[in-house]
Design a protein around this ligand. Structure first.
Ligand code: ARG
Length: 297
């Protein structure tokens, strides 16, 4: 059930089982957030460049924005020695199976050893709250970075799977079996767009923010086929302002890095309501709104 081009798709998304929007948000405190190593191009030149107080203020504003949208966040404490743990979209892929009423997460296999120690903290957090915690098969030699690369198509049991930098394509064979879902594979071809959530942001069943330069022709064709209205993001805003690392929790509001002028204009033209947040301290590490939260059922 892996699709690499529109020709591989034998069902329309509307014929797949429906999936409600996840309604709980998890954030991780930036207590130990820092830049101590370089594992993506955005981090180079930024080692040691985080201003702690500013990072805290920005994180608190993000928490307040979710609270204002009636999504009061549950909190995980950041741990010493894990400076990227604040990016809590990466250690798991949450899922919900309506047929069996199962809420769970699949644990990531971080590509970078620097981040591997984050995963057990989230395994425990979700286990303690009654979620089914699943792992990819032990004998599978593949990397998988959770919702950095795997994104649900809004409203359907259908996954988008980015690969090329942090996640290996083999992970999606296993994931498709484990969750019994079709997966639309997107090959990432530009190192600035090292995670799928830096270049594709599904907003609702029809709309998505897209940075076309991140994909090959087959990927762009898949996106254009599956979304009625892809909204193109200028390369400058996607690459340097993380405009695609936005998050639409409710089908209307879009939490997005402050100052993405063209993208916010385009969002308004399609009746979305941008909520601008400054995540500049976190962008130094290669992430913005989308990767600073995890949505669970
Ligand atoms: N420094 C982190 C890394 O390179 C940033 C992760 C940002 N997360 C994301 N989903 N884009 O892994």
């Amino acid at each position: 059930m892996l699709c690499r081009s529109p020709d591989d798709l034998d069902v329309a998304p509307k014929d797949l089982p429906p999936l409600p929007r996840p309604n709980r948000v998890v954030l991780t405190t930036p207590t130990h957030f820092d830049i101590e190593y370089v594992i993506n191009p955005h981090m180079s030149d930024n080692v040691g460049a985080v201003t702690r107080e500013v990072a805290w203020q920005q994180w608190k504003a993000l928490r307040a924005a979710y609270t204002a949208l009636d999504c009061a966040p549950a909190l995980v404490d950041g741990r010493p020695g894990l400076p990227d743990m604040v990016f809590c979209a990466n250690q798991t892929l949450p899922f919900y199976t309506p047929r069996t009423n199962t809420r769970g997460v699949v644990l990531s296999r971080m590509h970078r050893p620097e981040r591997a120690g984050e995963v057990p903290h989230y395994a425990r957090f979700f286990e303690d709250r009654g979620y089914a915690v699943k792992s990819l098969p032990e004998d599978l030699d593949a990397d998988f970075e959770g919702m950095g690369d795997a994104l649900w198509h809004p409203g359907r049991r259908l996954l988008w799977g980015g690969y090329g930098y942090r996640t290996s394509p083999e992970a999606y064979d296993a994931l498709s079996d484990l969750l019994d879902v079709p997966i639309l594979l997107l090959h990432l071809t530009d190192p600035d767009y090292y995670h799928l959530d830096t270049c594709l942001c599904p907003l609702d069943a029809d709309h998505a923010l897209v940075a076309p330069k991140a994909f090959d022709d087959a990927g762009r064709a898949l996106i254009d086929t599956l979304f009625d209205t892809p909204i193109e993001v200028p390369d400058r805003e996607a690459r340097h302002q993380f405009a695609c690392n936005a998050h639409c929790p409710d089908g209307t509001h879009v939490l997005i890095q402050e100052g993405c002028e063209t993208t916010t204009k385009r969002l308004r033209a399609h009746d979305f309501v941008p909520v601008e947040i400054d995540t500049s301290e976190f962008m130094k590490a290669g992430g913005s709104v989308f990767c600073m939260k995890q949505m669970v059922w």
